[in-house]
Design a protein around this ligand. Structure first.
Ligand code: GLA
Length: 635
């Protein structure tokens, strides 16, 4: 009876022609009718290439980098998409106090030496890279000083000179440096680190001993509550503006390297093309799990042009070397399912066939590079096994069965985990072995060795005929407002340290807890409203707004909405609104904790941008977890 009255209370309105109200200008939940995430830069699919850091740390040279560039071409990897040859930390000798330009270390990069007197230049280096059909990437820091100046004090490749000469980072020099790197030298890609704003407090030993100018930290590695997220974002946004100014052709990639700190996992998509979601990877299985975990629940924050970056691949070393090919394949499979940038961190000049076979598996790469840009969503997670499903642009699914642990496991994959009809046959192709087992109906079981990932492409009959669930089109969604009012560290991430057990280990430190999730509540629980659970939908907090690119392809939006049982605030009420190109199409009455879901339906014929708003009543004292259950767009 109660359910019936709730359903009857749903108001479906068709207000074609209504104007965006006046309060829209100041209200972050007001519809904009457009895509508000950054569309700058050139990263329609995750960037692919090579970076020297994992193989050489600071021990870089022009020979090593050019040798690897040549190897990308000679091995055929560049044809498969690995085109960025990036320089990392260590390329500089100092900042000239005459013209304020950063000088290239010509002992390491002889081609940068000037013919006579004058500034050094990377232009000859970049030109050679371009002549090889490749693209070139440069590296800097958002502060005054760099990571190596704080953490790699024994290398001979640190900048030298006075305090000011050793300030090679971007702080105070954004316009001039970006102009030099992109307009004069011709780079195509920049990675911008963040040690300069995190590790140069006046109390730090290296600052005192080496006479660096103190920089009161605005980003705190292990204290997310103290980071000044807005200020960090503003510094990176200043770089974004300079890139737009000096690269009006938009042909560049902007890589933010703030290691998941300062809430970058939320705002990276509004500023850059990729952003690190975790601290540095090192070649240990447990550390790979940390990087993977830092991105795996963030599918809704990634989309074409903007990618979660769990770090450079460590395939070729440690737990992912020639003696651990199963682990190396797992690492690669998982990165492709996360739509991660595929940046090789291995010395390709000495690569053996087994390693090259991994990097050059075109079927695996195709999953990463699928143009829909739908990051995989967790379909199952318990104990040591994760099942990830990624919807491809042609309607097929990529599916990974991942055993994190050290025991073999019989993993059962169901058609409904793929959002396929349980009564129709499902055909799988193993993208590593190329085998196709006989089609299954309903479910099939696969043996997983310890640490193995089985990676398949699946074809079947869609469970939802004539449409897509929103969680199958994460690449079309921008979480413009996720309702998180205070950044909290995500507790769901594998904790590892740097090898020493002194101190108390690594505490949760990547903000983003409570963020929007596909097929889960914002607190990583099953979607549930009142007595009912939902296998699919979007979980998000109240006072949120999502933009969904419908592109005029759909006729109707459907969802079952309400307050999720995982909500911390059980007191307030929430109303749900559906907009199409800025016009209100449907809304719900206020709903509260414990009530069954209510149905929403909106005619979206011809609509380019659907916006989904969940608004708490003014008296709600804290965010309310809400669900857009079974949210779908139908053709
Ligand atoms: C930081 C970054 C790494 C690498 C080093 C270089 O640790 O996260 O990816 O660039 O600095 O010093």
């Amino acid at each position: 009876m109660r359910l019936k009255s709730m359903l009857c209370s749903v108001i479906v309105v068709a207000l074609a022609g209504a104007n965006v109200p006046a309060w829209a200008a100041t209200d972050p939940l007001a519809p904009t009718g457009r895509w508000t995430a950054s569309i700058r830069g050139s990263a329609a699919t995750p960037p692919m290439g090579w970076n020297p850091y994992n193989a050489f740390s600071m021990d870089i040279s022009e020979d090593k980098i050019m040798g690897n560039a040549q190897a990308l071409v000679d091995t055929g990897l560049s044809k498969l998409g690995y085109v960025y040859v990036n320089i990392d930390d260590g390329w500089w000798s100092g900042r000239s106090q005459t013209d304020q330009q950063v000088q290239v270390n010509t002992r390491l990069f002889p081609s940068a030496a000037p013919a006579g007197s004058g500034p050094t230049s990377f232009k000859p280096f970049v030109t050679r890279i371009h002549q090889m059909g490749l693209k070139a990437g440069i590296y800097s820091d958002i502060g005054r000083n760099t990571c190596s100046q704080a953490y790699n004090l024994t290398t001979p490749n640190l900048p030298r000179g006075t305090q000011a000469e050793r300030e090679v980072g971007l702080y105070g020099h954004v316009d001039g440096d970006i102009r030099t790197y992109f307009k004069e030298w011709g780079f195509d890609y920049i990675k911008i680190d963040a040690c300069g704003i995190a590790d140069y407090g006046a109390d730090r030993d290296h600052v005192k001993a080496l006479g660096y100018r103190p920089f009161p930290p605005i980003m705190f590695r292990n204290q997310p509550a103290l980071s000044q997220d807005g200020d960090v974002r503003a510094l990176y946004a200043e770089v974004g503006a300079a890139l737009a100014k000096y690269k009006p052709d938009n042909q560049y990639v902007f890589s933010i390297c703030s290691w998941g700190k300062a809430d970058v996992r939320k705002w990276g998509k509004d500023v850059g093309n990729l952003w690190r979601t975790s601290d540095d990877l090192y070649p240990r299985w447990s550390r790979m799990l940390q990087s993977y975990d830092s991105a795996v629940t963030r599918a809704l924050y990634s989309h074409p042009g903007a990618w979660n970056d769990p770090d450079i691949l460590y395939i070729g070393a440690g737990d992912f070397d020639q003696n651990h090919l199963l682990e190396a394949r797992s690492h690669f499979s998982l990165w492709t399912m996360l739509d991660a940038p595929l940046i090789i961190g291995y010395d390709l000049r000495t690569a053996d066939k087994a390693m090259l076979d991994i990097f050059s598996n075109a079927d695996v790469i195709a999953i990463d590079q699928d143009r829909a840009g739908n990051q995989a969503v967790l379909a199952y997670r318990s104990g040591d096994v994760d099942i990830l499903v990624k919807t491809l642009s042609d309607g097929r699914k990529a599916v990974a069965l991942f055993n994190r642990g050290l025991q073999p496991f019989d993993a059962t994959l169901t058609a409904s985990q793929l959002k396929f009809d349980a009564a129709a046959p499902v055909k799988l192709t193993d993208v590593w072995s190329k085998e196709s087992p006989s089609p299954f109906v309903g479910q099939a079981t696969f043996k997983l060795a310890p640490r193995e990932t089985r990676l398949f492409v699946a074809q079947g009959t869609r469970e939802l005929p004539g449409g897509l669930y929103l969680s199958e089109m994460t690449g079309r969604i921008n979480v413009a407002e996720d309702g998180v009012t205070q950044a909290e560290a995500d507790p769901q991430i594998q904790r590892t340290g740097w090898g020493s057990t002194k101190g108390d280990g690594e505490w949760p430190s990547y903000p983003g807890w409570g963020g929007a999730q596909a097929d889960a509540s914002p607190y990583s629980t099953e979607l549930s409203m009142g007595p009912q659970s939902f296998a699919t939908g979007i979980g998000i907090l109240s006072n949120s707004r999502m933009e969904v690119r419908a592109n005029g392809e759909f006729r109707r939006f459907l969802a079952e909405v309400g307050v999720d049982n995982a909500t911390r605030n059980r007191m307030g009420t929430v109303r749900f609104f559906v907009y199409g190109d800025g016009r209100l199409l449907a809304k719900s009455d206020p709903v509260s904790f414990g009530q069954p879901h209510v149905d929403l339906s909106a005619d979206v014929t011809g609509v380019t941008m659907v916006e989904l708003v969940a608004r708490a009543d003014a008296a709600a004292s804290s965010p309310i977890a809400v669900d857009w259950g079974r949210a779908a767009l139908l053709h």
